[in-house]
Design a protein around this ligand. Sequence first.
Ligand code: GLC
Length: 438
Amino acid sequence: MVARRRIVLALLAATALFVAACGSSNSSSSGGSSSSSGGGGTKVSGAKVIDPNSMNSPPKGTITYCQGKDTTGSAKALIKDFNAKYGSQGWKVKLVEFPASADAQRAQFIQRQQAKSGDCDVFSSDVIWTAEFSSQKWLYDLTPYIDKARSKYIPAPLETVHYGGKYWGVPETSDAAFIYYKNGTAPSTWQQVYTQGKSGGGLVYQGAPYEGLTCNFLELAFAAGGKVLSPDGKKSEFNSPANLKALELMVNGIKNGEAPKSVTTYMEPETDQAWTSGKYAYMRNWTYAYAADNTGSSKVKGKYKVAPLPSFEGGGKAGILGGHNSVISVYSKNPGLSLKFSDFYASPAFQKKLLLKYSQAAIIPSTYSEADVKKAIPYAPELLQALSQAKARPVSPVYPQISQAIYKNVNDALAGRMSPQDALKKADSQINSALSTF
Ligand code: GLC
């Protein structure tokens, strides 16, 4: 009986989300403009609402901040800075690191929320999870806090916490990917990335079966003119000639030695390891890698530049919007301190440090034009531009299943276990099955 009730509830939630996804914007099909992806949708009623004043003098104590693996060290710096500023007043935070994989981070948070555990007072939530988590009523509604200073944020990342007319998080960092290159000029097409890179060792990217591969594939697919869902969000449009072109380029790249076969096992940290070995010509990675791969033992230290993602021959340019938001768990025993911490993360001073020292995409626009930032991060203007032009990933209640259908089959094709055509066909049918479960 309990199980049945759960299924019914899950279906109801899924239906509500679907209506929301379809009603909200055009972004469900090809990942339209990120700025229109999250504000619409079904109202989530009955959520706990934050009192913005609660952060001024919250109860003393230590809250826990959960996020994925701190590959850059910026989370440790954040914790240190917060505790240095507020520790003597009895307000502290500690860090819990989850795995590097976005899928694993999601699973870890879901597990805790289903157990109604306050283990993560604040969670660093990927931009793709706002609708799901808020609809599950796992998050505080932070609208009264955000409403006090909406214009402070770059619109695209702010939109990623906007769902059902409410704001469910505080933007932490935005994200966009770049092509990292060592010699000559930046390639202007994806085709060139593959052909020109071969003599220098080829291209490394995130090709393991996880969320990152969905991003890597969709960057090429959207640039080639491809889509994931139909404009109404009701059926898959994944098995298309444009998506086939994108997948064939990636598959042939591995076959021809223009990308090492090992990319089929790479997430972000493995990509960094490969790139810093100095053995490769190009890398596709998020902005954090600019600073992270320039450290002591890196063989490419001081030897590389970054360029915006190139265009696809016969198509155009496309990027995928990434990033993370501080969300506050409804099971937190100290929401006031959680908000104080989230507010500190989004403060101009820490945002500047994130961009200047860790090359992470700040969510405050003026950060990008500060003189010392521009000196340390020469591509700061291109980064800011990439954020506003990036496309959102499909918005759907079954997004995790859609993404899984994409990355599993694309990975099978990359590893040579399936033809590109079969991979698209199988993903297409799995996306349709996922869509038909509600
Ligand atoms: C980055 C992005 C995030 C994305 C993930 C995939 O962390 O910011 O949005 O889902 O990479 O690996």
